[in-house]
Design a protein around this ligand. Structure first.
Ligand SMILES: NC(=O)c1ccc[n+]([C@@H]2O[C@H](COP(=O)([O-])OP(=O)(O)OC[C@H]3O[C@@H](n4cnc5c(N)ncnc54)[C@H](O)[C@@H]3O)[C@@H](O)[C@H]2O)c1
Length: 258
């Protein structure tokens, strides 16, 4: 089993690599022996303290693009294929939050959330599937518990995360012809810099988020990375088309935890 978790120098593409869950994935996959191909819209990451520690200060290991733009994803796939050849795993984490009531939400906001969270995954899967390793390759897409249960002002975010679960299942069918697995992960609240900042600004109530779980706390990014690495690895060889919930029990109950 432990050997199946190792990537033995195989290339793994990770989007949203510069922060939060994506950054934790970069660290864990590196520990598991993968050759990280990091992708993020933040242009400074490759040369940052984290990026340098991960060996991403080589230009061909870090690609700064907007994954919601078709031409940029096409170009990325071409360059990655020419630099690395076959890809072992694709981990699609890049995404953004959204807080707006349906009544006040303008179409531009809705379109931006769908484009960033869902269209990006369609583009990445479409461009990278043809260059993935047959029979052992795998894709992991970032969804959320918001795919299954929502709250006020979360319509766009929930719709985008629900669409990712459906896209994942449909992609798993098509990828199965080449023996490639496709799964989604659905975390509850995770203590990432984005949420810490939102908590400090009073936009996000982190204590309430923690209380909604059975464990009374938010997840650490590394706990989500553990699941992602398992699903991406050969150890998860019989898991495909699944949306795996990792939420400290958040979805297992109705109402407040007493
Ligand atoms: N933090 C949580 O509580 C939580 C819970 C469930 C799911 N998620 C999902 O996990 C993912 C990561 O969340 P996080 O909290 O680590 O966020 P984060 O903001 O810390 O990291 C997201 C990264 O994605 C990058 N990114 C955003 N849009 C991009 C684009 N168009 N092109 C390229 N890169 C882009 C950002 O630059 C950033 O580095 C998101 O998809 C989010 O919806 C987060």
């Amino acid at each position: 089993m432990l050997d199946l978790l190792k990537f033995d120098g195989a290339p793994v593409v990770i989007t949203g690599a510069a922060s939060g869950i994506g950054l934790s994935c970069c660290e864990l996959f590196t520990d598991l022996g993968a050759k990280i191909v990091a992708v993020d819209s933040d242009p400074t990451f490759g040369l940052s303290q984290h990026g340098t520690a991960l060996g991403l200060d080589w230009p061909e290991r870090y690609y700064s693009i907007d994954v919601s733009q078709e031409s940029e994803v096409r170009q990325l796939a071409k360059e990655v294929f020419s630099d690395f050849g076959e890809i072992a795993s694709l981990v699609n984490i890049a995404g953004v939050g959204s807080t707006s009531s349906l009544e006040k939400m303008d179409l531009a906001h809705w379109n931006r959330i769908m484009q960033t969270n869902v269209t990006s995954m369609f583009l990445m899967v479409r461009e990278f599937l043809p260059m993935m390793r047959e029979n052992t390759g795998s894709v992991v897409n970032m969804s959320s518990t918001y795919a299954f249960a929502s709250r006020s002002n979360k319509a766009a975010y929930s719709a985008s995360k629900g669409a990712i679960v459906s896209l994942t299942k449909a992609a798993a069918i098509e990828a199965s012809r080449k023996g490639i697995r496709v799964n989604a992960v659905c975390p509850g609240p995770v203590m990432t810099p984005r949420r810490v900042d939102a908590g400090a600004d009073g936009v996000d109530d982190l204590e309430k988020a923690a209380r909604r779980t059975l464990q009374g706390r938010m997840a650490l990014p590394g706990e989500i990375a553990n699941l992602i690495a398992f699903l991406a690895s050969r150890a998860a060889s019989y898991i495909t088309g699944s949306a795996v919930i990792i939420d400290g029990g958040q979805l297992s109950h109705i109402g407040e935890v007493t």
